[in-house]
Design a protein around this ligand. Structure first.
Ligand SMILES: [Zn+2]
Length: 68
């Protein structure tokens, strides 16, 4: 069973949860084990974050062409 890493948005504590892919696919969101908050954010792989920010920030709208 895969492990998913989350960070609580209320108390900022990271925690890991084991759940099946089926449960994850159903959108099951675990509660924070520290404070019980359901306001948690999933950790994404660093590769995905870097790729996403580069794709967003490299747009032509705010590129060098704006200065010419
Ligand atoms: Zn918490």
């Amino acid at each position: 069973m895969p492990r998913y890493d989350y960070t609580c948005q209320t108390c900022a504590k990271p925690f890991g949860v084991r759940m099946s892919i089926a449960e994850y696919g159903d959108g099951v969101t675990p509660a924070c084990p520290t404070c019980g908050s359901a306001d948690v954010a999933r950790h994404f792989a660093a590769v995905n974050v870097l790729t996403g920010s580069r794709a967003t920030g490299g747009g032509a709208a705010c590129g060098p062409t704006g200065f010419s």
